[in-house]
Design a protein around this ligand. Sequence first.
Ligand code: AHR
Length: 502
Amino acid sequence: MHSASLTIDPVLRVSAVDPRLYGSFVEHMGRCVYTGIFEPGHPAADHDGFRGDVAELVRELGAPMLRYPGGNFVSNYEWEDGTGPRDERPVRLDLAWRSIESNQVGVDEFTRWARGVGSEPMMAVNLGTRGVDAARNLVEYCNHPSGTYWSDLRRKNGSADPYDVRLWCLGNEMDGPWQIGHKTAGEYARLAAETAKAMRRVDPSIELVACGSSHHRMPTFGTWEATVLAETYDLVDYVSLHSYYEQRGDDRDSFLAAAVDLDRFIADVIATCDHARSVGRHSKRVNLSVDEWNVWYQQRFAGEENLGWAEAPRLIEDVYSVADAVVVGSLLITLLRHADRVKIGCLAQLVNVIAPIMTEPGGPAWRQSIFHPFALTSRHGRGTVLQVEPASPVHETRWLGEVPVLDAVAVLDDESGAVTLFAVNRDQHEELALDIDLRACPSLTVARRVAVFDDDPDAVNSAAEPGRVTPRPLDGMGVDGGRVSVVLPPLSWNMVRLEAGT
Ligand code: AHR
């Protein structure tokens, strides 16, 4: 058995957690919208066609913010197509995913649904095939109260009150050659700056996200951010980064260490932002929006160019295992550790498409394995992140070299004084004895312990067996001399809830 230790001290504060860190993402892709959140005719559908069973799971997941409508989709989207009487809306070709888009869900339906499930919308504008004009009109449609062409159109379409959309993405993955309307950094920087200027003239209170890099290994990484921020620094609040991970071959140790790569990616983006700040003599800081992250088995996807035209096809419906859930849990730990600069996170996506929630048309909805670490972290990881100073053994991985076996972070609930520790044991075979030093908070004891682990790390949930992978309660341990010791099972994600004893 390995052993590791950490310290919980409420004085060692990193930052408050922005609840938007627990966002997710709804793209018009595959079956995320159609037969995912929206399926008129389903026995659980509401009057607007949205599935009540899915809405219930979305509430339980706890995603206070939802990015919409893409993704690659947004770069060839005409948002006006999704407004007005449904039977008059045009059917279009979506070039991003070679899909037939019926436009039965658009900005009005999505925004109302998102608010209904307790989430604020984060809207992306099309900077691929469109630009300043369409973007500023959409801000006017969503946020201007009344008395103008676009705001009155919204009112005519059923929403007297403005949607008050705070967060806006200036395009999506514009650095990627796969993107419709892909641009060089210079081309994008100019367009993003002018679009930001016009959108802010319509509503000066909005927050804007500039496109950063689509992944850490993009050949333009670093120079892209530098060019974009040189042009937009004063106009934007966040720069984005996207990161997906998968197991390659039999190299599970590297996959279980994926969060180390995310950690380095985040550190590198912070460096590019702060370099732009120094060079431009700016005082404000630009923060980070990790607005697409997850496990995604991209090797299994044949590529959009090989798809046939179809409406709501089954695209990238990855089925997640225990090992995937452990990786998702550790990616969340990394986001939390960087809570001082990472203010927005979006688990991509929400339903069916690389998602925590799955559905069958006309059938059930269920939780994938990754649902569990996300829901528990979102529920208990609110408050202030604490630095826990872990001392951990290391092991060698093929991809990332030497990595710590223990990955951990703690979050203090400022109101109750409870502390929740999230911890991953990356070793596939050995238990990890974790010694927690609680001397700085003597009233705390272990109130609850749960973990995601299994004798079969490839076990998955399915429609037939939706509860196969679920968090398992573990025995709480008593505090002895200000220390508590817990044993983390091999290949496991763990939550230890510490509350004031009675
Ligand atoms: O989430 C799936 C796709 O991944 C998104 O459309 C795109 O932004 C990213 O490449």
